[in-house]
Design a protein around this ligand. Structure first.
Ligand SMILES: [Zn+2]
Length: 542
């Protein structure tokens, strides 16, 4: 056994001891043994679930369309496009130029989204047209019990647009205005969709070439047989003969989607299908998350990337500064403590509500202006320069069957705590100082952390960390709990690491102000008696 192997062996034992420590019970919104995870099926439902938790903890909902009147000690949140959420608790002792200590995560996950016209019939089957969103492991979507979830736009009593009845029409000279638009979040609990695998007998090349489905041709889920819809009448548009006789319109949802699907959504929401104007729906698994493994140390669930970090970030803010006890703790805080949960990370973040858009910059500039006043010179920039971002996104644990895919000296393991991610080419926002500060804030409470960098011969993933760091100029560390099967329909992480992550992020919110006070990397004190650059002058310069 080489020295290196011995060292690794003893490190492994230490990690095993950590993993075998008391397991934190899995938080209920992340995993529930009996209920489907309907609150977390997509970015809209996730943002709303976080909003409900913040509201219950005493945070006030703001609108970006209104003027803000923020005060020290106040706790607020807002959503943009109903799928990105920003929450912040203003320290009672905040002073002009004070920083914002924030955790950023993302609400979206790879999935199949329903196309604008999803209705198709192939070989006697009613199919649903879908478009892949993000880089999913699409082979894992086959042979699962699937359903739909997302946001539905309604015009109640509007019959899909316009109306108001004869009385209303008679009372006005022109056509009556349509009823106002409403939106509802929906997650059908019943498995209504399925993408069956092709039998091995019909793809004899499977064992040599693997299963390679075509994303256009082979990913459309089956909704029903056309024969069954004919018997049930589910293929007909709501409204009977008059509606069926109406000319097809590109705008009518019942012409673009299977009426049976619209009827199922309407029935679940308790409205007629004709009220549905449009929707943003994605396909998702109906199987609830589970605690698994002989010792109950793993969590199996869809969308752990980045449901787990979104949950831990929000819950850490609530644990630190929610409720009456949190309000008292916030009174003595000199910084703003914030959480930002972004949509569209899986497709590059370039959108109105993505991390590449202006939402974080808008928030921080408004916040600084509100608190410091419009005349304070450089208030927003000073606040940004005193700020710190923890970009929290799941990390790759060492896979025992593919250990060679990992850098030999950077092998994150279950039970080892949050992984600090490094990349020399700035695919992560971490540098030596941000890593040291984040590591220390955990170590101060005995919370472990571990390090990751990708093999030099493999491409490195990325996160919202570098996007926000370059957009805001804020010091950033990239971290995440270790997991396996990232972007599978059913991923896997460690129970203990969810506990470590929640504890570490809570420590970040509660302890970071004390740790970072006075740390200015451009003016760090030099070591006493030593030059800044440890390099003897050359002969020519003497
Ligand atoms: Zn992610």
């Amino acid at each position: 056994m080489s020295c290196d192997e011995k060292r690794r062996g003893s490190e492994d034992k230490t990690k095993q001891k950590r993993a075998l420590g008391p397991l934190t019970p899995p938080p209920a919104p992340l995993i529930h043994p009996t209920k489907p995870t309907s609150k977390t099926q997509n970015s809209h439902t996730r943002a709303e679930e976080a909003a409900a938790r913040l509201t219950a903890a005493g945070f006030t909902r703001l609108s970006e369309r209104d003027a803000w009147a923020l005060v020290p000690g106040g706790r607020y949140f807002f959503t943009r496009a109903a799928s990105t959420l920003v929450a912040f608790a203003v320290g009672g002792a905040w002073r002009e130029g004070g920083g914002v200590h924030m955790v950023g995560a993302h609400t979206d996950s790879p999935c199949l989204k329903l196309k604008p016209s999803s209705k198709s019939v192939k070989s006697g089957y009613a199919m649903v047209g879908v478009e892949p969103y993000g880089g999913g492991l699409w082979t894992t979507w086959f042979d699962r019990d699937l359903t739909v979830a997302g946001r539905v736009l309604l015009r109640r009593g509007g019959g899909g647009g316009g109306g108001g009845g004869p009385a209303a029409a008679a009372a006005t000279s022109g056509p009556a205005p349509p009823p106002p638009l409403e939106h509802r979040l929906v997650a059908l609990p019943r498995p209504i969709l399925r993408i069956p695998m092709l039998a091995i007998h019909l793809q004899r090349e499977y064992s040599e070439t693997g299963f390679k489905p075509n994303r256009q041709q082979h990913l459309a889920p089956i909704l029903a047989t056309a024969a069954a819809l004919a018997v049930s009448g589910g293929g007909k548009k709501e409204g009977g003969a008059a509606s069926a006789a109406a000319p097809p319109s590109a705008l009518a949802p019942s012409d673009r989607h299977h009426p049976a699907l619209l009827a199922a959504i309407g029935a679940h929401l308790g409205v007629p299908a004709s009220d549905i104007v449009d929707f943003d729906l994605n396909v998702c698994d109906t199987q609830p998350g589970a605690v698994c493994g002989l010792e109950g140390e793993f969590i199996a669930s869809g969308r752990l990337d980045n449901l787990a970090m979104s949950f831990c970030a929000t819950q850490a803010l609530v644990d630190a500064f929610g409720g009456d006890a949190g309000a008292a703790a916030l009174a003595a805080e000199p910084a703003v403590k914030a959480v930002a949960l972004f949509d569209h990370e899986e497709v590059g973040s370039s959108s109105a509500q993505g991390a590449g858009g202006p939402v974080m910059r808008d928030s921080l500039f408004r916040l600084a202006r509100c608190l410091a006043g419009p005349d304070a010179e450089g208030a927003a920039i000073r606040t940004l320069q005193a700020s710190f971002l923890v970009s929290a996104d799941m990390a790759h644990a060492l896979h025992p069957n593919y250990a060679d895919k990992h850098e030999p000296d950077h092998r994150p393991s279950f039970g080892g705590g949050l992984v600090i991610k490094h990349n020399a080419n700035q695919r992560y926002g971490t540098d030596g100082l941000s890593a040291a500060l984040f590591r220390e804030v955990g170590a101060g409470r005995g919370i472990p952390s571990q390090e990751f960098c990708v093999r030099s011969d493999l491409a490195c993933g990325s996160t919202i960390g570098p996007i926000l760091a370059s957009g805001l100029g804020v010091r950033t560390v990239d971290v995440g709990a270790p997991q396996l099967a990232m972007h599978s329909i059913r991923e896997m992480c460690g129970v203990a690491d969810v506990g470590h992550a929640l504890a570490h992020l809570t420590a970040f919110f509660e302890d970071f102000s004390g740790l970072v006070e006075g740390v200015d990397v451009d003016a760090l004190p030099r070591a006493a008696g030593l030059p800044v650059i440890d390099d003897p002058p050359c002969e020519a310069c003497k």
